[in-house]
Write a protein that binds this ligand. Structure first.
Ligand code: GRF
Length: 188
């Protein structure tokens, strides 16, 4: 079994989707040790409780520095024997402490066809752009924002009659298929 930790800051629907794939036997060699969140009121916490997944809540504001925050995370990761970190809506740049410990063993998913539309509200950026396609990208994590080596991308249409909400739903549905598939391919 390969132990992974999932990091999330918000809704956690990708987190839940990955856990469901594990529980249903679609990711047979993967064990999710815990959800790690930096937001005490994030919706992902409630999802984790319902799925019986342990939760670590650590808020950077409660630590003297980014390094001491990440050292606390590293302590939990080491205690749990975590081998890979999977970011799923973790709204924070990863610092040197975590990067050095997990270099080449940390994935992220970003809702655009990178290198287009890095950073916040990537779906809104694509929606406003006039582009006719967008999608989602799974990539390795480095010190930049959505800049790590691209592993796989999946594309969808932006239709002329789409609302932004329509497009968000289409990209999310694509991610629910893309992320587990790439996790199965890369984490072995
Ligand atoms: C996803 O669209 C992912 O690509 C991005 O953040 C979003 C997280 O959504 N990094 P959720 O919290 O999994 O619903």
């Amino acid at each position: 079994m390969i132990k992974i930790a999932i990091f999330a800051s918000g809704s956690g629907s990708n987190f839940e989707n990955i856990v469901k794939h594990v529980k249903e036997g679609d990711l047979q060699n993967i064990e999710v040790t815990a959800l790690y969140t930096d937001k005490a009121n994030a919706q992902c916490i409630e999802r984790a409780r319902k799925l019986n997944i342990p939760v670590h809540i650590n808020q950077p504001k409660d630590f003297a520095s980014k390094s001491s925050y990440e050292q606390q995370l590293l302590k939990h990761l080491s205690d749990e024997g975590v081998q890979w970190i999977v970011l799923a809506g973790y709204m924070r740049l990863v610092g040197q402490d975590l990067l050095q410990a997990f270099e080449g063993r940390m994935l992220n998913i970003h809702p655009s066809l990178l290198p287009k539309y890095k950073g916040l509200d990537a779906i809104g950026q694509a929606f406003d752009s006039g582009d006719t396609v967008t999608g989602s990208t799974v990539h390795y994590v480095d010190s930049g924002m959505d800049t790590g080596e691209i592993i796989e991308q999946q594309q969808c249409d932006i239709r002329t009659d789409d609302t932004k909400e329509d497009l968000e739903e289409r990209v999310k549905n694509l991610e629910y298929e893309l992320y587990p598939r790439v996790i199965a391919k890369i984490i072995k």
